[in-house]
Ligand binder design. Structure first.
Ligand code: PEP
Ligand code: MN
Length: 337
C-alpha cells in the first residue's frame, strides 16, 4: 500500500502514521517530494490488517493498493497458461473449444436434435440450462430436475460432456452429479457463498463475468473458487451493462485481452448473450477468437422461433455447421487446436 499525504502535512502527523504502520505489522518507507510525502508500507496485506483505515485520516489524501486482490489466479503466481478439462476435452494453452447447445433444456426431442446437430458440426462440449435464472418470475424457469435427467440421458447416449448452470447452494450436489462443468451465471458471479460451495463440488467451473463487475472483481471471484479448492476455473466474458441498447449487452473484448494477460486460467466468450440477436453472434464470435479467447459458448436450438427462452439469439441447430465453418479460418489464423 502507498499512503499519500496531503500537501504540507506536518512532520509529527507523518511520524504518527508511520508509527501506526509499524504497529500494524508493516515496514514504512517514507519518500519526501516537494509538496507531497508518501509512505510505502511494505508487507503482505493478506496476513496483516488492512491499511485502508488511513483513508479516514484528515492528513491523508489517498491510500493506493499495490498488491492484486487475486493471487492464485494470477500470472504472477503461475506464468504458463493452464489447461482445464471438461470431460476429456481440453480448454486453454492453445486448445480452443466451441461449447454449444440450447439456452434451456425443453424436451427430450429438442435436446436430442440439438445434440445431434452440434456433434455432427464438430462440437465436443454440450451446454443446456436445467435451472434458468430469468428476469421475470412469470417466464419459463427451466425444467429443473427433469431437465437434469434429460441432460444425463443425452450425455450418455451421445457420449458428450456437458456444462449446465447451478443457481443455488441447494442444487450444487444434484447438478454436479450430471454436469462435467458447473456454470456460474452472470447474476451469481459475486455470490461468494455459492462460489465456496461450488468450489467443493469436485467439478471444473465456468465462471461468467457479472453484468457490472470489473475485471478485478471477476478475477477475485475466480480466486474464491481456486482458494476454496477448485483450480479448474474457466472465465467467461458475456457482455456488460452500458448505455448501448443496440446489443443486449456490450461485449467487452478489451476485458478478454486484459484477463488473458492477468490470469493463467482459460478465458472464453459468450457471444450469444452479448449479442441478443442471432445475426450478431457470428461476428462477435469471430472477434472473440481474434482477441485471443480460448473458446466460445454459443446458444443453438432446433426451432429458435418457438424456443422457451432467448429465442432471438439462438442459431438454428441445422445451420450450426455453417457457423463452425465461418469460424474456422479465424481459429486457424490464431493457430489454435
Ligand atoms: C446462460 O448462459 O444460460 C445464461 C443465463 O447466461 P448469463 O448468466 O451470462 O446471463
Ligand atoms: Mn440464454
Amino acid at each position: 500500500m502507498i499512503i499519500v499525504f496531503k500537501p504540507h502535512t506536518p512532520e509529527e502527523k507523518i511520524n504518527e502514521v508511520s508509527n501506526m504502520i509499524v504497529q500494524l505489522g508493516y515496514e514504512p518507507r517514507v519518500i519526501r517530494g516537494v509538496e507531497h510525502t508518501v509512505i510505502g508500507a511494505v508487507g503482505d496485506e493478506k496476513i496483516h490488517r488492512s491499511l485502508e483505515i488511513f483513508k479516514s485520516f484528515p492528513c491523508v489524501e489517498d491510500v493506493i493498493p499495490i498488491q492484486k486482490r487475486y493471487k492464485l489466479a494470477s500470472r504472477e503466481y503461475h506464468e504458463a497458461d493452464s489447461i482445464v478439462m471438461i470431460g476429456s476435452e481440453k480448454i486453454g494453452a492453445g486448445n480452443f473449444q466451441v461449447i454449444a447447445g440450447p439456452c434451456a433444456i425443453e424436451s427430450r426431442e429438442q435436446l436430442r436434435q440439438v445434440t445431434k446437430d452440434v456433434k455432427t458440426s464438430g462440437v465436443k462440449i454440450l451446454r443446456g440450462g436445467a435451472f434458468k435464472p430469468r428476469t421475470s418470475p412469470y417466464d419459463f424457469q427451466g425444467l429443473g430436475e427433469e431437465g437434469l435427467k434429460l441432460l444425463k440421458e443425452v450425455k450418455e447416449e451421445f457420449n458428450i460432456p456437458v456444462v449446465t448452470e447451478v443457481l443455488g447452494v441447494t442444487h450444487v450436489k444434484q447438478v454436479a452429479e450430471v454436469a462435467d462443468c458447473l456454470q456460474i451465471g452472470a447474476r451469481n458471479c459475486q455470490n461468494y457463498h455459492l462460489l465456496e460451495h461450488v468450489a467443493n463440488a469436485g467439478r471444473p467451473v465456468l465462471l461468467k463475468r457479472g453484468m457490472a463487475t470489473t475485471v478485478e472483481e471477476w478475477l477475485s471471484a475466480a480466486e474464491y473458487l481456486v482458494v476454496h479448492g477448485c483450480p479448474n476455473v474457466i472465465l467467461c466474458e458475456r457482455g456488460i451493462r452500458t448505455f448501448e441498447t443496440a446489443t443486449r449487452s456490450t461485449l467487452d473484448l478489451g476485458a478478454v485481452a486484459v484477463a488473458k494477460k492477468e490470469t493463467h486460467l482459460p478465458v472464453i466468450v459468450d457471444p450469444s448473450h452479448a449479442a441478443g440477436k442471432v445475426d450478431l453472434v457470428l461476428p462477435l464470435a469471430r472477434a472473440a477468437v481474434a482477441v485471443g479467447a480460448d473458446g466460445i459458448i454459443v446458444e443453438t436450438h432446433p426451432d429458435p422461433v418457438n424456443a422457451s427462452s432467448d429465442a432471438a439469439q439462438q442459431i438454428p441447430s441445422a445451420k450450426f455447421a455453417d457457423f463452425m465453418g465461418a469460424l474456422k479460418p479465424i481459429i486457424d489464423a490464431m493457430k489454435k487446436k
